[in-house]
Design a protein around this ligand. Structure first.
Ligand code: ADP
Ligand code: ZN
Ligand code: ZN
Length: 815
């Protein structure tokens, strides 16, 4: 979008809530457009800003002028600006920082561009020196001697040149910039394919091997040399003489590789089941008809992905873009594989596993409309598409969609907002939908689409509950690998099938206690007990990273008799290794997946069946599709049940139903052994029955009786500081302020509830003391106005040295 007026509106990357009008010097006028970054003066500093559009402020005389334009091409389309503004308003977050969060990191890669002079540039140098200014001539001269990196140019010139100046030379075709990415080693892989020029080629005269090859080519139409080699080992040689004889032609084709590095073959589209067909056509009726949100509730293994693929194909056909959100990297690889197999080149991926350069490249491919489909984690909700047909959110219930630092947004919610602003369809899919989304179905805000059965009539896994209370007095590993589970593992291994063991806690022992004085081994910086990690030979704090050597004595009495209570995945792994010495056991949790690529390696092991038993945390519970897993063992189902959080029951149900859903996805039926201390808890009972409706009906009553979401909105004010007393005083003062506001305004009194301040459930983390105030709003409007009064109008009272106050809108992690 080009801009008409002289002044532009700029959002800057500082904690300020408004945007600022700026004037544009004449020499930069041709370069400004919406979506580019600019450099602007702010006080004595120079800061980055984003051009949002024309400024309404054309009367103001002494506006500050922008100093430089930092991008050659826009980073986002103008149509995204209302979305950015919405996000800034809703989360009470500075708009410049919203945009910064949305954009990929490492934008200053421009420094690595190598500039060279073009033919046209050389002509000017030789023939028409007057066509350029002296400075331009000097630059052309320098670059003619040798191409220079952008950041070295200024040094060679002994003077600063602005980016805008360079872009102008580029725009006039006098120089070109080429970016070399660091770490960009993956080149497109080519493979040789063989086809037949006509269908009626006679090949009776050929040798046996030749005939065999021709028959295969005729059968498949087009076949890779690799595949022919498997049929006829000498194929690579023979095809050359066949080509000379005019029987076949050989061509090079680009093959896509999945994140495992293996080539992706184009896939076979499944014949849709009746339910899938019905789901697809129901959503298709809404596509292109404006804004709508659909909730696809499909049991685990019901083939939701195939539904996504069909809808994406239809949108692409109509020239619209498709955005697919997946909760985390491990699942992106699976989704990417399936989408690439179907759509090939037009897919971009965005996630934190990419290097800065790769992410930047993917972002630009989207911004320049070179791709039509983008797949990514949370932050991909900001993918810079201009025309979106459908936004798909897979595993919509997943808590990874909520960002827990900086801009604390929920990508699932924002997907719906973005769909509304783009006037398109949002499709949320899950086997265990969030209470919030299902409530929206009952209020007819969302349209429900259901898949009740697994594909090919595969049965849901059979779930057996084991009451762990019976084993309280059992000693050693038998206490958690109960006889029932032990036998099931043994049988599964005998049938060469795979086992998944789930426990939502990592480490070896989560509760080390002194045998002499009874004190727990606690973190120095947090009010929490340390976890023993045997692999790392250390006690670790899962909140601040503090570590203590495993050989340490009790910090209170000095005794060396430490009892290792509390279970973690590391101990489970050790136990199954001891019980099944011949099985190949692997573990997937945050400890084993720190290195880049390690998750993929484990998933690859599962797929290639070099792993017999996988032990893991919630990382293994999510949507993976491994057909050879026939047994899922839930070591202890209760860990998330006792969290001081109103969503504890919801999360427990989701985790258990999801992890159970990993069993029996192939031809052989699956079973689940669920071990629990609370066999009568309704979250566990409904997970055992895999009955979401049953769970929902009970949970929604509890939410309603206590005015929890979805019946009210919540905002948590988090107050923290290093000084205990100061933090407490400050929290109390903000509490007083909140209560005073309530008293002075009848609307607030009616619609806003203030709970607290109270000390947080984790009162000290990483040396910071923590307090909370919970605000509940029966209506969004008054709640937002209340917050604005607190955060903006009473800023002076709120901000204090050494104290941090954060507003978390729709909080997820309440401890
Ligand atoms: P979920 O609903 O759990 O996300 P997936 O989309 O992963 O399920 O599908 C489960 C498996 O079923 C996949 O391996 C997929 O290839 C297969 N599948 C999907 N649709 C069909 C179909 N119509 N016929 C046969 N197999 C199918
Ligand atoms: Zn002690
Ligand atoms: Zn700690």
């Amino acid at each position: 979008m080009t801009l008409s007026s002289a002044n532009i509106d700029v959002a800057i990357t500082l904690p300020v809530y408004n945007t600022f009008p700026h004037s544009v010097p004449e020499k930069l006028a041709a370069l400004v457009s919406v979506g580019k970054r600019v450099l602007v003066p702010f006080g004595r500093r120079r800061v980055t800003g984003y051009i949002l559009g024309d400024s309404q402020d054309n009367y103001h005389k002494d506006l500050k002028a922008i100093l430089d334009v930092l991008d050659a091409k826009p980073l986002f389309p103008a149509s995204m600006i209302p979305f950015f503004k919405w996000v800034a308003d809703y989360y009470l977050h500075p708009i410049g920082d919203v945009i910064k969060t949305a954009l990929p990191g490492g934008l200053n890669l421009y420094d690595f561009v190598t500039l060279a002079v073009t033919k046209k540039g050389e002509q000017i140098l030789y023939a028409d020196k007057n066509a350029a200014t002296p400075l331009e001539n000097e630059i052309l001269n320098l670059l003619k001697i040798k191409p220079l990196r952008r950041k070295d140019l200024g040094r060679s010139l002994k003077q600063d040149v602005s980016n805008a100046f360079i872009y102008d030379l580029e725009r006039r075709g006098l120089i070109v910039g080429k970016r070399k990415l660091k770490g960009q080693t993956v080149k497109a892989k080519m493979e040789r394919y063989v086809t037949m020029p006509g269908s009626d080629v006679a090949f009776k005269k050929l040798s046996g091997a030749g005939k065999k090859i021709m028959a295969a080519v005729k059968d498949e139409g087009e076949i890779s040399v690799q595949k022919l080699k498997a049929l006829v080992p000498s194929a690579p040689r023979i095809i050359h003489s066949l080509e000379k004889g005019g029987y076949i032609s050989i061509l090079q084709k680009k093959v896509y590789r999945d994140p495992f590095g293996e080539p992706i073959r184009s896939d076979t589209t499944h014949i849709l089941t009746g339910e899938q067909q019905h789901a697809v056509s129901k959503v298709l009726r809404l596509l292109g008809q404006g804004f709508a949100t659909c909730l696809l509730t499909g049991v685990t293994g019901s083939g939701k992905t195939e539904v996504y693929l069909r809808l994406a194909a239809e949108a692409v056909q109509r020239g619209l873009c498709v955005l697919v959100l997946v909760p985390e990297i491990a699942l992106i690889s699976q989704m990417e594989r399936r989408f690439r197999a179907r759509f090939g080149e037009c897919v971009a991926v965005l996630h934190s596993g990419l290097s800065a350069g790769e992410r930047y490249d993917q972002w630009l491919r989207i911004a320049r409309q070179e791709v039509t489909i983008a797949i990514g984690a949370r932050s991909a909700v900001f993918a810079p598409f201009a025309d979106i047909g459908i936004i798909i959110v897979d595993e919509e219930h997943d808590t990874s969609y909520k960002q827990d630092s900086g801009l604390r947004y929920n990508a699932r919610d924002l997907a719906v907002v973005r769909a509304k602003l783009h006037n398109c369809v949002a499709l949320l899919g899950s086997a265990t939908p969030s209470i919030q989304s299902y409530y929206n179905v009952t209020k007819t805000k969302f349209t429900q689409v259901t898949l009740k059965e697994r594909v090919e009539q595969r049965p849901m896994p059979e779930i057996t509950v084991v009451d762990l209370r019976k084993y309280r007095d059992t000693r050693g590993i038998r206490r958690f690998i109960t006889p029932r589970l032990h036998t099931a593992i043994k049988e599964t291994l005998e049938h060469n099938k795979q086992v998944l063991l789930f426990l939502n806690r990592r480490g070896f022992a989560s509760y080390p206690v002194c045998g002499a004085c009874g004190e727990a081994i606690r973190c120095k910086n947090c009010d929490i007990s340390l976890t023993l990690h045997q692999g790392a030979r250390a006690y670790k704090c899962h909140y601040c990273g503090f570590t203590l050597a495993a050989a340490s004595n009790c910090l209170s009495c000095g005794s060396n008799k430490i009892r290792l209570l509390g279970l973690g995945t590391e101990k489970v792994e050790a136990a199954v290794k001891a019980l099944f010495p011949d099985a190949r056991v692997a573990r997937m949790d945050r400890d084993t997946t720190v290195r880049k690529g390690s998750i993929l390696k484990i998933l690859k092991g599962l797929r290639n069946q070099t792993i017999d038993i996988l032990v893991g945390t919630q990382m293994v519970a999510k949507g993976h599709d491994f057909p050879n897993i026939t047994l899922v063992g839930i070591i202890c189902a209760d860990l998330s049940l006792n969290f001081p959080d109103f969503r504890a029951g919801e999360r427990t149900f989701q985790l258990l139903a999801q992890v159970s859903g990993r069993a029996g996805r192939g031809k052989v039926p699956g079973r689940v052994i669920l071990q629990t201390y609370n066999p009568d808890h309704f979250s566990i009972l409904s997970a055992t029955d895999q009955d979401f409706k049953k769970f929902y009906n009970q949970e929604i009553h509890f939410r309603k009786s206590l005015n929890y979401p979805p019946f009210a909105r919540m905002v948590q004010l988090k107050i923290s500081g290093k000084n205990k007393e100061q933090t407490r005083q400050h929290a109390l003062a903000i509490g007083d302020l909140c209560h005073a506001l309530l008293k002075n305004d009848a609307t607030f009194l009616k619609y806003v509830q203030v709970l607290g301040p109270i000390e947080a459930a984790l009162p000290r983390v990483a040396k910071h003391f923590r307090w909370q105030i919970l605000l509940k709003g029966l209506k969004v409007g008054p709640l937002h106005r209340f917050l604005q009064q607190i955060l903006f109008e009473n800023r002076a009272k709120i901000s204090s040295r050494g104290i941090k106050v954060i507003a978390d809108v729709d909080p997820f992690f309440m401890m």
